[in-house]
Write a protein that binds this ligand. Structure first.
Ligand code: AOS
Ligand code: ZN
Ligand code: ZN
Length: 389
C-alpha cells in the first residue's frame, strides 16, 4: 500500500469543499437546556463572519448554508455581498416547517389545503431567497408524521406530499435543485413521512432529475450500513448531498468523525468508489450543533476530519483490493482495506497546508488568532439561537 499523499491525491483533497451550516455558529442545545456561549453571533451577518474563519484557517469551507427563517434578513443581496467580501459564498437554503404551530399535524402532508399551501408558500419563499443569494440547492427536511397507529392515513399523506413537492419543484429554475432529506425518527414517534432512503428516493424520482436525496449520517438506526446506502444512491444517480455529523445515540449532531471515524472512512471509500468525490452534484454539507464546545473550532475540527478520512480513502489500494476480492481472499481484502484506514495522514496534511500558505495546525492557529476573544468582548447580548427561532 502506498502511504504517500501523491499530487493526484492532494489535488483531489484541495478540490473537495465542505459546506458549513449557519446554525452551527448559533447557540443550541437539547430539549433540556440551551447553554449560551460568549461571542455567539447576533444575526446572520455575524454567523457568516464566523463561518469565514473556518475557510480562512482550513481553505476547505468556501460555502455557508442558510436556514429560513433563522437567517431571514431584509436584504439578501447585502448578505450575499457580505459573504463574498469575506471569501465565502452562500450555499444551500434549508427550509423549516417544524416550528410553526399551524404545522402541528403536518405541513406538506396536511389534509387541510390551506395549511398545505402555507407550507408550500414557505418553500416558494426559500426559492426566492435562492434567487437572491445565487444558491443552487433547496434542502427540505420534514418533521412530519404521527404519534400513534390509526392517527393518520399514511398513504394519503404520501400522495399529498408528492403533490406538494411537485408544486415546489416546478417553481425551481433549470439551474436549481431540490434535495430531500430523510430521517427515521423524531419529532414524530410512530411514523415519519420521509423516514428512509427508499421513500426519499421514490419521492424525488417522481419529481425529476433535479430532485435528489440528502443523506444525514445521524438519521439512521444503530447498526445501519450507511455506506451501502451511499453506494446505492450514487449508483442510482440520486445522492445530492450529505449532512455530515456524528452520533452516539441518535441525531446528536456532533463533530463528524468524532464518534466513529471508521464509519466516516467507509462512507468516503464508497464516495470515492462511486465517483462522488469532487462531484458537482454531491454536496458535502455539515449539519451539526455545538452545544457546549466553541463553535468555530468545532467546525474547523469537522472539516479537518472529513479531509483526513478522505485522504485515507484515497490511499486505499483499489487494484490490490479488487484482486483480493476476486480471489475471495477474505482476510487479505480486509487487511488492504484496514491498511488504508490505519494510516495517519495528519503529518503529511500539515506539511501540505504549510506549502499552500495555510497553518499546518488550523485548530492551534485559530486559538492563537484572538478571534474568539474578540467576538466574546464585542458581541454582548442578543445572541441568536442556532437551532431555534
Ligand atoms: C434535522 O434533524 C435535520 O438533520 C435537518 O437537516 C437539519 O437539522 C435542519 O435542516 C436544520 O435546518
Ligand atoms: Zn440534517
Ligand atoms: Zn438531523
Amino acid at each position: 500500500m502506498s502511504t504517500t499523499l501523491t499530487p493526484d491525491i492532494l489535488d483531489a483533497l484541495a478540490l473537495q469543499a465542505v459546506e458549513v451550516p449557519s446554525w452551527a455558529y448559533g447557540n443550541s442545545g437539547t430539549r433540556f437546556k440551551v447553554f449560551g456561549t460568549p461571542g455567539t453571533p447576533r444575526d446572520p451577518f455575524e454567523k457568516i463572519a464566523d463561518a469565514a474563519q473556518v475557510q480562512r484557517f482550513t481553505g476547505l469551507a468556501p460555502r455557508v448554508a442558510l436556514h429560513i427563517p433563522w437567517d431571514r434578513v431584509e436584504d439578501y443581496a447585502a448578505l450575499r455581498d457580505h459573504a463574498e467580501s469575506l471569501g465565502v459564498v452562500i450555499g444551500t437554503i434549508n427550509s423549516n416547517t417544524f416550528q410553526d404551530d399551524d404545522f402541528k399535524f403536518g405541513a406538506l402532508t396536511h389534509e387541510d389545503p390551506a395549511i398545505r399551501q402555507k407550507a408550500i408558500n414557505h418553500h416558494l419563499e426559500c426559492i426566492d431567497v435562492m434567487d437572491a443569494t445565487g444558491s443552487r440547492d433547496l434542502k427540505i427536511w420534514l418533521a412530519e408524521g404521527s404519534n400513534y397507529p390509526g392517527q393518520n392515513d399514511m398513504r394519503a399523506r404520501q400522495d399529498r406530499l408528492q403533490d406538494s413537492l411537485q408544486q415546489i419543484y416546478d417553481r425551481l429554475s433549470d439551474e436549481q435543485r431540490l434535495v430531500l432529506e430523510y430521517k427515521f425518527f423524531e419529532p414524530a414517534f410512530y411514523h415519519t413521512d420521509v423516514p428512509d432512503w427508499g421513500t426519499a428516493f421514490a419521492q424525488v424520482s417522481s419529481l425529476g432529475e433535479r430532485a435528489q436525496v440528502c443523506l444525514d449520517t445521524g438519521h439512521h438506526a444503530p447498526g445501519t450500513n450507511i455506506e451501502f446506502i451511499v453506494m446505492q444512491l450514487l449508483r442510482l444517480g440520486k445522492l445530492g448531498a450529505f449532512d455530515f455529523n456524528s452520533r452516539f445515540y441518535a441525531d446528536d449532531d456532533l463533530i463528524v468523525g468524532a464518534a466513529d471515524p471508521f464509519q466516516l472512512f467507509r462512507i468516503l471509500v464508497e464516495v470515492v468508489r462511486g465517483g462522488g468525490l469532487n462531484h458537482p452534484d454531491v454536496t458535502f454539507m455539515l449539519d451539526q450543533c455545538h452545544n457546549i464546545e466553541d463553535k468555530i473550532p468545532g467546525q474547523i475540527r469537522s472539516v479537518l476530519n472529513v479531509q483526513e478520512m478522505t485522504a485515507r480513502a484515497l490511499l486505499l489500494d483499489r487494484e490490490a483490493l479488487a484482486a483480493a476480492q476476486s480471489a475471495n481472499d477474505v482476510l487479505g481484502a480486509n487487511e488492504i482495506f484496514m491498511d488504508a484506514f490505519q494510516h495517519d495522514v495528519r503529518p503529511a496534511l500539515a506539511g501540505w497546508r504549510e506549502s499552500r500558505g495555510l497553518a499546518g495546525n488550523p485548530m492551534a492557529a485559530y486559538a492563537a488568532s484572538g478571534y474568539q476573544e474578540r467576538i466574546a468582548a464585542e458581541r454582548v447580548g442578543g445572541a441568536q439561537a442556532g437551532w431555534g427561532a
